[in-house]
Every structure is written in structure tokens, then in C-alpha cells.
Design a protein around this ligand. Structure first.
Ligand code: IMP
Ligand code: MG
Length: 182
């Protein structure tokens, strides 16, 4: 498949790191009365479901939101909430599960929004962290892998809604998205 430039993170590497994250989260929330995992649709779906199965705690609740800040390969710098939570998060420990922190706009606006609902605690777990392209000051409490400024797909991440089903994280060949503008 020449649309894929290279495989950046293999399946076995993903599996191992997600297991580590699950162990850390399990340890950190031992005294929690209940943890709400908030998956950000759609990019976090694969990561979320693998991560959740590596969290060994009682009273783990799943909820999901859809937010958008991206039109294609470049950030628009705006976040819209398209689907809100079902659960009331007031007084609860919440952990936001996201595919990637890039500019950080999506996450910082989302955190601001959720903070107003007074959760007991709020942390962020992201699979990938592009620290180099950050434009607002925000750090993930748990991050799987730091990556360079390449556009990546797979393991939930998309380009124009495609490639999410790849079992690995790959760098997309720029010709895929440059082609569109020719
Ligand atoms: P941010 O607001 O710039 O941090 O963007 C975060 C969102 O942009 C993520 O939730 C992804 O949906 C998307 N995104 C950022 N970088 C990539 C990438 O390399 N591949 C696919 N999606 C990306
Ligand atoms: Mg996303």
C-alpha cells in the first residue's frame, strides 16, 4: 500500500504501551469511588477499547463525546461539541481519552468546557503526543508515544475518515492529501 509511507508504531508496541498506561491508571485510581472514561469520538475508539480492558478497577463507566477541530490535515483552531456526554460528571473522577494531542486547542477548550460541570478530578490520557506542534499550554497526564510532526493514521486515527481500521500507526504519504489540491 503506497499510501502508507511507513509504519511508525507497530501493533505489538501499541499493545505493550497501552498495557502500561492501563497499569498506571489502575494504580493511580485505587482510591477512586468511580472513574468515568470519556472517549472522544471517533479517533479514540480503538485506543479507548484497548485501554479500558487494561484498567483493572471497579465502577468504571464509559461515556463519549464528539468534538471537532479539524477539517483535513490542518487545524482550524476551533472546537465544536457535536455530541455531548450522557453522564453527569459533577463530583466524579473523569479521564478524557483522546487519540492525539497536536496543537492542543481541542483538548484545552474541551477541558475548559468540562471543568464548568465541576468534576472531582479531570485528567487526560492520549495515545500520541505531537509536542512540537503545540500552540497552547497543555500536557497529557498520560501519554502513549511522543511523535514528530508527521500526519499519522491508523489505530483509530483518520485522514478524511479513512485508515482508522489499520492495526498500526502509520505516516501517511503526503501525496495522498496533496493530490486533493492539484
Ligand atoms: P489539536 O486540537 O490540534 O490538538 O488536534 C487534535 C485533533 O486533531 C485530534 O483529535 C485528531 O482528530 C486530529 N489530528 C491531529 N493530528 C493528527 C494526525 O496526525 N492524524 C490524524 N488526526 C490528527
Ligand atoms: Mg480527534
Amino acid at each position: 500500500m503506497n499510501e502508507i509511507k511507513k509504519i511508525l508504531i507497530r501493533e505489538d508496541e501499541l499493545k505493550e504501551r497501552v498495557k502500561d498506561l492501563g497499569l498506571r491508571i489502575t494504580a493511580d485510581y485505587q482510591s477512586s469511588e468511580g472513574l468515568i472514561l470519556i472517549g472522544i469520538l471517533r479517533g479514540s475508539v480503538i485506543f479507548f477499547s484497548d485501554l479500558a480492558r487494561n484498567i483493572n478497577l471497579k465502577n468504571v463507566v464509559f461515556d463519549f463525546m464528539t468534538v471537532t477541530s479539524y477539517s483535513s490535515e490542518k487545524s482550524s483552531g476551533e472546537v465544536k461539541i457535536l455530541k455531548d456526554l450522557v453522564e453527569n460528571i459533577e463530583g466524579k473522577d473523569i479521564l478524557i481519552v483522546e487519540d492525539i494531542l497536536d496543537s492542543g486547542f481541542t483538548m484545552s477548550l474541551l477541558k475548559e468546557h468540562l471543568q464548568k460541570r465541576n468534576p472531582k478530578s479531570m485528567k487526560v490520557c492520549c495515545l500520541l503526543d505531537k509536542a512540537e506542534t503545540r500552540r497552547v499550554k497543555i500536557k497529557a497526564d498520560y501519554a502513549g508515544f511522543g511523535i514528530d510532526n508527521d500526519f499519522v493514521v491508523g489505530y483509530g486515527l483518520d485522514y478524511n475518515q479513512n485508515y482508522r481500521n489499520l492495526p498500526y500507526v502509520a505516516v501517511l504519504n503526503p501525496s495522498v492529501y496533496l493530490k486533493k489540491h492539484l
